[in-house]
Design a protein around this ligand. Structure first.
Ligand code: THU
Length: 148
């Protein structure tokens, strides 16, 4: 199952709009019913507006009303060249994406498994989100009780 998820993330990466960095990233989320949802990075000529693949897939899940169903996420990235991605280093989520994933994990009331893979799939690391972002900021830090 996690093999399928990593492959889905790699497939999604080829659709990245990444003409500025030439670095394509794909993300695939596994839901509790076994289905998968994918996303890829979406860059902008105003560089700072660019969206990471994880952010895109999480926003898609939100739009589908499925954020609470998240169980695992796979991230694959590498240099984009003619719809192929290359590279042997795993992509670990940036800090903003870790925080975004934590929002979903808190809604789902569970920790999330994060698979970080290289484009050539020679390295696939597996982490708990809570290890990637310990002591996250959340609703309780604002004195809010999470009820919806
Ligand atoms: N990127 C992601 O999509 N996810 C990450 O976790 C790290 C970086 C994207 C953003 C940008 O389009 C490109 O990779 C280079 O930073």
């Amino acid at each position: 199952m996690s093999d399928d998820l990593v492959h889905a993330a790699k497939e999604a990466a080829v659709n990245a709009h990444a003409p500025y960095s030439r670095f394509a990233v794909g993300a695939a989320v596994l839901l509790e019913d076994g289905s998968m949802v994918t996303g890829c990075n979406f860059e902008n000529a105003s560089y700072g507006l660019s969206l990471c693949a994880e952010t895109v897939v999480l926003a898609t899940l939100n739009a589908q009303g499925k954020l609470r169903q998240i169980r695992e996420i796979a991230i694959v990235g590498g240099t984009l060249n003619r719809r192929e991605i290359r590279g042997s280093s795993p992509v670990r989520p940036c800090g903003r994406c870790r925080q975004m994933m934590t929002e979903a994990a808190q809604l789902a009331l569970r920790d999330i498994i994060v698979h970080c893979a290289s484009a050539d799939l020679s390295v696939v690391e597996k982490f708990w989100l809570s290890d990637l972002l310990p002591l996250p900021f959340g609703p309780s830090d604002m004195g809010l009780v999470q009820d919806d």
